[in-house]
Design a protein around this ligand. Structure first.
Ligand SMILES: [Zn+2]
Length: 100
């Protein structure tokens, strides 16, 4: 497999990720917790705010944005993936992270 090197993004395991704030609650996130065990995040991967449970998406620069309605519908269409998201949200809501 050749890639020539040009324009290749090298992704190190779990970062360092650029500092990113949750667009919903402004919670500062500098790392990622992987729910599904597939390794480092990639652009387009789904993340969840550890503070408010907002479903987020990694952009090309690894900052986070909210997912839109169409993306949520897409996530819900994958039952196993949606189950992971719902489980994570339940844990976040239950713990009610308030150590800010
Ligand atoms: Zn948040």
């Amino acid at each position: 497999m050749q890639d020539g090197g040009a324009g290749v993004t090298e992704i190190k395991k779990f970062g360092p990720l650029p500092e990113s704030r949750c667009p919903q609650c402004s919670y500062k996130m500098t790392g990622a917790t992987n729910c599904t065990g597939s390794g480092a995040p990639f652009p387009g991967d789904v993340s969840i705010c550890l503070n408010c449970g907002q479903i987020l998406c990694f952009q090309d620069d690894f900052t986070l944005r909210k997912v839109n309605a169409a993306e949520i519908a897409d996530l819900m269409s994958d039952a196993s993936q949606w189950a992971v998201i719902e489980k994570a949200q339940r844990i976040i809501y239950a713990e009610g992270h308030s150590h800010d």
